[in-house]
Ligand binder design. Structure first.
Ligand SMILES: *Cc1c(COP(=O)(O)O)cnc(C)c1O
Length: 440
């Protein structure tokens, strides 16, 4: 264990004064650096006013303002906000709300969910049920719902010469077949837009999201976008769903652009946000949904129609206030523009690794880059899991002031947005040294 006592910018400092460059944003949550002064000031100010209050029958300004802001910055048509207090709880809310929506419409036979192979949506029972991480599923199998898994559009599985768009099209056909067979019992399809993070930073073409929206409309099932890891600028746009082809499905004709603040892209029926929502400072999550979904619940509490889900810390004022400050930083500073420059720099630095005999793939989507190590470049045969090659990269990183934390054989970079180009150079240099040691 490394005992951290302080953070500043992209750096963490331990009790002995040793420092570590946080190459993974402390598990993908940090955006604007550790102990960010703007965030810290907002938090301190709010702590002196109102730290928490029951969020049933009572409300408060930070929660109301944050809901308004989230509605403004997310895809058009997501007008309703439900708060949770971590990513997994946001997934639970989306799954329950989707099921309950159909039940309220008299379609209680819809009880199942479609998820992608290689997906990760959290570790509470519902979230774990729609995740496809072998070890976890195996261990807790008797407790879990059975999802319907469809093949991920992950470009790693491309046939020789096949483009990412072609893989997406092929995988949409698989999804269509599954929906033809199962739509009557399915509430929703849940995906991590563009990047399946915990599944090994596997990436796919935005056309899949466009097609997914159309198929969900066609077969009358919900589309749940889990933007917990990819939201808030990670993939190059504020939300990954924005990168899908222009307004298809989901939006009624003429519903478009009431305000210029909404970006193009697809609009899911539920969008789950957490991690970067508070720039990595407080545990908070939000589920955005449509007026259509909201209306299905609008009734007397005792009718059985009302949505039932609450946590003690729902809508915590400190967390909401920090999330508002996070959105204010996006509004005041050219964050996405600067990220584009940083991402291009990172891509240039990683380019030489493509030639490495043990590197099968170097892939990147915005501020997420990954290098996949293999035993054999020609066959892509992986290093056996037990050999823990990635662990060697991690241990080497610690000796060279870097926090890199590979996922199995995948060495990835997901730094806070305040990282400098020279800090990126250091991260990549140390990663390459670590890879050399790991594959030796
Ligand atoms: C981290 C993560 C979650 C779960 O969030 P927690 O706050 O850890 O419960 C869900 N989905 C995705 C895509 C994640 O990366």
């Amino acid at each position: 264990m490394v005992p951290i006592v302080r953070g500043e910018g992209a750096w963490l400092f331990d009790a002995d004064g040793q420092r570590y460059l946080d190459g993974i944003s402390s598990w993908w949550v940090n955006l604007f650096g550790h102990a960010n002064p703007r965030i810290a000031a907002a938090l301190a100010d709010q702590a002196g006013r109102l730290e928490h209050v029951i969020f049933a029958g009572f409300t408060h300004e930070p929660a109301l303002r944050l809901a308004e802001e989230l509605v403004r910055v997310t895809p058009e048509g997501l007008n309703r906000v439900f708060y949770g207090d971590n990513g997994s709880s946001a997934i639970e809310v989306a799954l329950k709300m989707s099921f309950h929506y159909w039940r309220n419409l008299g379609q209680g036979e819809k009880t199942r969910f479609i998820a992608l192979t290689g997906s990760y949506h959290g570790e509470t029972l519902g979230a774990l049920s729609v995740s496809d991480v072998a070890l976890y599923r195996k261990t807790y199998a008797p407790l879990l719902l059975e999802p319907i898994l469809v093949p991920s559009p992950d470009t790693w599985d491309a046939a020789p010469g096949e483009t990412a768009a072609a893989v997406a099209a092929r995988r949409l056909q698989d999804l269509r077949k599954t929906l033809q067979q199962h739509a009557g019992e399915v509430c929703a399809v849940i995906v991590e837009p563009l990047v399946q993070c915990a599944g090994g930073m596997r990436m796919y073409h935005p056309d899949y999201l466009t097609g997914l929206r159309s198929l969900c409309d066609e077969y009358n099932v919900h589309f749940i976008a889990d933007e917990i890891a990819v939201g808030f600028g990670r993939t190059g746009t504020l939300f990954a769903c924005e990168q899908a082809g222009s307004m298809v499905g989901g939006n009624e004709p003429g519903e478009k652009s009431a305000s210029a603040s909404h970006a193009p892209g697809v609009r899911p029926d539920f969008m789950c946000l957490s991690k970067g929502l508070t720039a990595g400072t407080m545990a908070l999550s939000a589920v955005l949904t449509t007026d259509d979904v909201y209306q299905a619940f609008y009734d007397e509490y005792a009718s059985g129609k009302a949505f039932l889900h609450s946590h003690s810390y729902t809508g915590n004022p400190l967390a909401c206030r920090v999330a508002l400050e996070t959105l204010a930083i996006f509004a005041d500073e050219p964050v996405l523009e600067r990220n584009r420059t940083l991402a291009a720099h990172l891509a240039r630095r990683l380019e030489p690794l493509r030639q490495h005999p043990n590197v099968a793939d170097v892939r990147q989507t915005g501020m997420i880059a990954a290098v996949e190590l293999v035993r054999d470049k020609a066959t892509r045969a992986p290093f056996p899991f037990e050999e823990r090659r990635g662990m060697r990269v991690y241990l080497h990183g610690l000796t060279r002031e870097c926090l890199l934390r590979p996922l199995g054989n995948v060495v990835y970079f997901m730094p806070p947005y305040v990282v400098s180009e020279s800090e990126i150079d250091h991260l990549v240099e140390v990663a390459i040294e670590g890879i050399e040691r790991a594959v030796a």
